[in-house]
Design a protein around this ligand. Structure first.
Ligand SMILES: [Zn+2]
Length: 136
């Protein structure tokens, strides 16, 4: 266990419950997933201090992190020749910054994601306006 009881902060081994380490970058470790719907799935794990969201990285850290995620993506593409790649940074399974890089192939079955419901129009327009104000 690492900081705040985070399992991933303390887990810097060559093999974990998730997969085999295939690369150690400057700021990430990449693990090749044992469980996968298709060949070519890895998770790139931030290995600096405990961070949950990419927005908590400094600009320099963010640049390094995303460059290393792209490096892993290129290697998966070169190795497995998928039709395309998915890059998903989600905190659903463990709240420690990581990005899933998943090869997708022509004819893949739908990935099971549900189509989200339409938001109520007034809420949708108000939320967009609030976000637009923050971004501009
Ligand atoms: Zn952590």
């Amino acid at each position: 266990m690492g900081e705040d009881g985070c399992a991933w902060c303390g887990e810097r081994r060559d093999e974990t419950g998730f997969g085999l380490r295939v690369w150690s970058g400057r700021v990430t470790d990449a693990y090749f997933a044992r469980r996968a719907f298709a060949r070519g799935c890895a998770v790139v794990v931030w290995r600096g201090r405990h961070v949950v969201e990419p927005i908590d990285l400094s600009p320099v850290e963010a640049d390094l992190y995303h460059r290393e995620v792209l490096t892993v993506g290129r290697a998966i593409r070169d190795c497995f020749r998928p039709a395309r790649l998915d890059f998903v940074t989600a905190g659903d399974d463990e709240p420690h910054l990581h990005t899933h890089v998943t090869a997708r192939y022509a004819g893949d079955p739908p990935d099971g994601r549900l189509i989200p419901p339409l938001l109520e129009e007034q809420v949708w327009r108000a939320d967009a306006a609030a976000l637009r104000t923050l971004l501009n």
